[in-house]
Design a protein around this ligand. Structure first.
Ligand code: SF4
Ligand code: SF4
Length: 500
């Protein structure tokens, strides 16, 4: 549990501000713990005076929660640090009952086909938008008249989110991204096992380098290869659907999970071949014997201390860099900070591996507590290979993000708001170049589409500058009439297909 060294406490109150359960209070400018502290350790991590430490004593009557690595010791009648679980007579009970059905299942419209009757690719644009869209076509589908309205809409609110599967640190989040010296976007927050770029957007498109940005969005969306430079970071040679080349090195594997997750997945196999494993990852470094998964497979803590800041049991935060697993650790020897020889023994073998299993090394603890690299054995390499075999191929993928909530709606209806509402209700299906979209909640018609599902080469751009996306709205004739659609412009789909 948590212990506060009162002599070290300066009464700053940071622990009180950060404690999620209100278990610390201030008395005479000294922090004091109440009995319902869960031992989550947040106060310990925020205390600037080092006045808070942890011992391994679990208070009598507390139930230890195993639902996350924090492992709160929850006292009877109290909640864990996340406020999700309560100790009810010694049993941890979820504070919220299971919800078997989704909150809003949404209305289903099975009569509307998943695909448009025709795509908008090649349809052109009617400008100004007060005229009906280039094509409004009708056909009978499963005995119901269905309408598709198509237009190639210039979207000045548009961009592309690029996902690059790699552990390599490409640059700081928020860093600008350049193409041919022009700013076209920025590094976005990282996603699981991937770095993200956000290219374009209204402000960049309307700025000094708008044309370059528009060309970049369209090029990436159409699968072209291009070179981008991250400010104070890497050179990215990328094409959607292809492995990324970062600073001249082709990336091969996407990590199987962070270091902790890798330990969780492979603890059983690792524990059979080594005494300890350090799995290096720029997010969380995993330490096998101390991790809960190591304990589950019968291991006890080895005394090895990895290089990193401790988060929770067997989980450490590393620093980002160009070393193994995207950390700043450049080889197996640097992965070990020290070995506590009161627990460890000479000859103890430590596997150090990346989460992709692409680089791995074997260490042996020496009598003086130092570590020495030794040759990898075939048995241990087989487990590393198993980790590697469970990693997906690294690739670049992208979603085009746009908003069709503007004037382009007038090509469909005389009541633009009704179109937006019908799209959100699911009565009108929005597709982009024939591909399904995800509609963002809230106002407007903001959508995302996987560019690899769109008809190839479908995106273009105009010099306003804006990118141009093929937009299709599909609905029943009854809905089309209800939202005030331009019924006088409907043509049989067969006629339009014949005219080309
Ligand atoms: S360990 Fe967690 S619950 Fe206990 S006092 Fe610190 S922050 Fe609060
Ligand atoms: S799930 Fe909640 S209660 Fe359980 S250990 Fe994690 S933070 Fe604590």
């Amino acid at each position: 549990m948590i212990v506060i060294e009162e002599s070290l406490c300066k009464g700053c109150g940071l622990c009180i501000k950060n404690c999620p359960t209100g278990a610390v209070t201030l008395h005479d400018r000294v922090a004091r713990l109440s009995t319902h502290c869960t031992g989550c350790g947040i106060c310990m991590r925020v205390c600037p005076c080092g006045a808070i430490r942890r011992d391994d004593v679990i208070p009598a009557g507390a139930a230890v929660c195993r639902s996350c690595p924090v492992q709160c010791a929850v006292q009877p009648g109290f909640e864990g640090a996340c406020r999700r679980y309560t100790n009810v007579n010694g049993t941890l009970v979820r504070n919220r009952a299971l919800v078997p059905a989704s909150y809003r299942a949404g209305r289903l419209y099975p009569e509307i086909p998943d695909r448009p009757l025709i795509t908008a690719v090649g349809a052109g644009t009617e400008y100004p938008c007060c005229r009906p869209a280039p094509h409004i076509v009708a056909d009978i589908v499963r005995d119901i008249e269905v309408i598709t309205v198509v237009t190639e809409a210039p979207l000045s609110y548009s961009g592309i989110k690029v996902k690059i599967d790699t552990n390599v640190h490409i640059g700081a989040e928020g860093a600008r991204v350049f193409r041919d010296g022009a700013v076209v976007g920025m590094v976005d927050t990282e996603e699981y096992g991937a770095k993200m770029l956000s290219i374009g957007g209204a402000n960049i498109l309307s700025g000094k380098h708008g044309f370059t940005a528009a060309r970049t969005i369209v090029g990436l969306a159409n699968g072209e290869r291009m070179v981008l430079q991250v400010e104070k970071g890497s050179t990215l040679d990328i094409a959607v659907g292809q492995p990324p080349v970062i600073d001249g090195v082709m990336q091969k594997k996407m990590r199987v999970g962070c270091g902790s997750a890798t330990i969780g997945m492979f603890a059983a196999q690792l524990s059979k071949v080594v005494d300890e494993a350090i799995v290096l990852d720029h997010h969380v470094i995993g330490l096998l014997s101390e991790h809960r998964a190591g304990e589950e497979v019968g291991m006890t803590y080895s005394g090895v201390i990895p290089n990193g800041r401790k988060s929770t049991r067997g989980r450490y935060f590393g620093d980002q860099g160009h070393g193994w697993g995207g950390t700043d650790i450049v080889g197996p020897l640097q992965a070990v900070k020290k070995v506590d020889m009161s627990m460890a023994r000479p000859g103890l073998r430590i596997l150090v591996t990346e989460t992709t299993g692409q680089q791995a090394g074997l260490l042996e603890v020496q009598p003086d507590g130092t570590v020495m690299e030794i040759p990898m054995t075939a048995t241990i390499q087989a487990v590393v290979d198993l980790i590697a075999a469970n990693c997906e191929e690294a690739r670049v993928s992208a979603v085009y993000v746009g908003g069709t909530g503007g004037s382009a709606r007038a090509g469909v209806t005389t009541y633009p708001l009704k179109l937006s509402q019908a799209v959100h209700e699911g009565e009108v299906k929005l597709t982009i170049g024939g591909a399904p979209t995800y509609i963002l909640p809230g106002g407007g018609i903001n959508f995302m589409v996987d560019v690899e599902k769109v008809v190839p080469g479908a995106f273009t751009w105009v010099a306003t500058p804006a990118t141009v996306a093929p937009v299709e709205y599909t609905m029943t004739r009854a809905t089309f009439e209800k939202i005030g659609g331009h019924t006088n412009a409907i043509k049989p789909v067969a006629t339009v297909k014949k005219e080309g």
